[in-house]
Design a protein around this ligand. Structure first.
Ligand code: NDP
Length: 295
């Protein structure tokens, strides 16, 4: 039987509806949640991401603003801008789009953002809260979105073997931190795999929940997946396809056609995790706004 689809488009739409509802409630109290995205340089993909974040904010009734700086901006100027945004009561969430130009030290920039406005959840203060299970911090948007997808798809995670492919600070590690906590949509036994992992398939075949975040087009094949597993594909990879209108198509890290015949539930690419990331960014921003008034 083919796997049930975990529809990121529908789940993200529900998250955004809740965000719009919470935004309206905050506005009634005189607070308009505001997100400021900072983009340094002209990377076209980053410009698209920042533009869609700003649009999504406006659709939810929030204040969305993008500040674009030239690639030559000195680090000290970027830090000064962050200080101003930290002090601005109309700004509840600050996002600095990565990657930054090489002359700027990204960790210093991330550390400069006030933890209460760090809606990306990358500040070490929020990373620490995530690992210790302190729920008043901010979790990075992509893994937080995966957890919401598991919840909305009715996946029972308690006591399950979760195997995560990838150990990045934005996906793999925080994903593990979320799933090892005690509580709802967590309580997993977690394995993280990476490029040095030996015999990858021996790990993936044990997984009740398999989360792929490696950036390798369609690397996860059916024989790597335990029958009945829940498979979440975080990967977004562009592969050449002369028959496609743009000459390429987007695929995940999972070979969808064959894995969907083995898994019980699976998220597609596109239409899966990608939609959740912005939705969770909005959700974090609304929460930051609520926390700013002690709510
Ligand atoms: P990174 O490149 O930062 O990390 C990739 C990870 O995968 C690394 O830990 C790497 O190991 C591991 N890896 C690479 N090759 C292999 C392999 N052959 N076997 C096992 N592990 C391997 O990527 P990100 O975490 O930023 O992103 C991962 C994917 O998710 C990308 O496709 C990205 O586009 C996508 N993504 C999607 C988002 C969304 O909104 N849906 C948001 C963020 C990312 P090592 O550490 O040893 O190098």
């Amino acid at each position: 039987m083919p796997a049930e689809l975990i529809d990121g488009v529908a789940i993200a739409a529900r998250v955004r509806q809740r965000v719009a509802h919470d935004t309206a409630a905050l506005k009634a109290l005189g607070v308009t949640p505001g997100l400021t995205a900072v983009l340094v340089g002209n990377d076209p993909a980053s410009a698209v991401y920042v533009g869609s974040k700003e649009r999504a904010c406006k659709e939810a009734g929030m204040h969305g603003e993008s500040i674009r700086l030239p690639a030559s901006t000195p680090e000290v100027e970027l830090l000064a801008l962050i200080d101003r945004l930290n002090a601005d009561p109309a700004v509840h969430g600050i996002l600095v789009q990565m990657p930054l130009p090489k002359h700027i030290d990204s960790p210093s920039v991330i550390r400069r953002i006030a933890p209460a406005k760090d809606v990306d959840g990358f500040h070490p203060f929020n990373v620490g809260k995530l690992f210790t299970g302190d729920r008043d911090g901010f979790a990075p948007c992509t893994p937080a979105g995966v957890q919401v997808m598991l919840e909305e798809a009715g996946v029972d995670t308690s006591g399950k073997e979760a195997v995560i492919l990838g150990r990045s600070n934005i996906v793999g590690k925080p994903m593990a931190a979320l799933l090892i906590q005690s509580g709802k949509t967590a309580d997993c036994t977690v394995t993280i795999c990476h490029s040095r992992t030996k015999d990858l398939a021996s790990h993936t075949r044990r997984a009740d929940i398999l989360i792929a975040a490696i950036g390798r087009p369609e690397m996860v094949t059916a024989e790597m997946v335990k029958p009945g597993a829940v498979v979440i594909d975080v990967g977004i990879n562009r592969v050449d396809d002369p028959s496609a209108p743009k000459g390429y198509r987007i695929v995940g890290d999972v070979k969808f056609d064959e894995v969907s015949r083995v898994a019980s539930k699976i998220s597609p690419v596109p239409g899966g995790v990608g939609r959740m990331t912005i939705a969770m960014l909005l959700a974090n921003t609304v929460r930051a706004a609520r926390l700013s008034i002690g709510g």
